[in-house]
Design a protein around this ligand. Sequence first.
Ligand code: MN
Ligand code: MN
Length: 467
Amino acid sequence: MTEEKNLKELREKLCYQSPHVWDKLDPDEKGAVETLARDYIDFISRAKTERECAEEICALLEKRGFHPESTTRFYKVFRNKVVAAVVAGREPISYGVRLIASHIDSPRLDLKLHPLLEEFEMAYLKTHYYGGIKKYHWVAMPLALHGVVVKGDGKVVKIVIGEDQDDPVLTICDLLPHLARKVQGEKKLKEAIPGEKLNVLVGGLPLPDSEEKERVKLGILKLLNDRYGLVEEDFISAELEVVPAGPAREVGFDRAFIGGYGQDDRICAFTSLAAILNLEAPPYTSVVLFLDKEEIGSDGNTGAKSRTLEKLYFDIVKVLGGSAAADTVLEMLFRTRAISADVTAGIDPFYQEVHEKLNDAKMGHGVVVTKYTGHGGKYAANDAHAEYVGWLRRVLNRAGVVWQAASFGKVDEGGGGTVAKYLAYHGMDIIDVGAPLLSMHSPFEICHKGDLYMTYRAYKAFFEAAE
Ligand code: MN
Ligand code: MN
């Protein structure tokens, strides 16, 4: 009897435990989980492009007393797609900065430069997909169009079609199974729907009493001209994104999950935003950074590979009254402790063959700390140093955050990267911390509410850590 008890004690003392978030919440915390989940559903239902996210983030920052001209709680916007929010710390910035960086671009279908065509009295928009998608996800479902058009005179028109209850939606038609045997059924999954067939159905009414050809296309152009003042050439200077239509939803009889588009990486963007909105006088100057272009390799002047981060640091020093000399900024970058806030793959019980049970993330077991990313042989990885992981572990444990350490699939199975390695280039300590998802990169990604909440708690603890 005592021996049994001793073994139980020994197990508790020595063995790694990964509790379920739900077993660790006290009753009033469950209320906080639901409040956060409601706000999150609202956020991802409205903000479906990087520009819309940037706008939504700025609006929420303003509401909570952040202002571009403030010297204690301020934010910066770069090219309408990158946002950084800063709360001045109690310590001088030369003591270091705490940075959380996420990305607000998500996989989608972008319109081509000459998108509009008519075939068999039907009008279509041609697309070029952005980021890693499985093309079969995007057919035979309601789609919406979000974005901006810069007209010939320089005026910018914002467009959102397919979200209002009264709006029409758009769609990409799929082939009926009766005729798909050879053209799709005998092909590899990734070849069954080629990119050139991802054409969006947008019209079918020919203009009346006309000898003209392509009367449906002309009708669509007329409609776009009447409503937005557009001509066909305007598509060239537009960024119009085809995304899943409709709001995010609770999922499951018990409503444990949230399903919706763009949770990679807006779950980390939203929770890091929530963390800084609720942050008062942190020990160190705290920064949240929302980046663009992660899904296509972080290239371009709004991506993590650009010098936007250095520019931001120079701006921060100027606002906080330090010396804006290059060596000061370099020192600040080196003394930054950072989180690459991005999602990871939760174990899918029915595809266990790609997962490694002992080391992959479990849904509902809290925010995930990923020491290294990359693929086979740790290529292209940011591999956080043990000292830094040790520090973060203390921070999370002391704050009572439910977290799990996990990697990304079996060693030889594949892998993925985040912005971590591009920010590590600047010399900072950085590690991936974010929520696990199911159905990642699909139009309906799934998170667990408990993990959403613990991701928020982890980011808040990171900013509040005095050590
Ligand atoms: Mn991501
Ligand atoms: Mn991604």
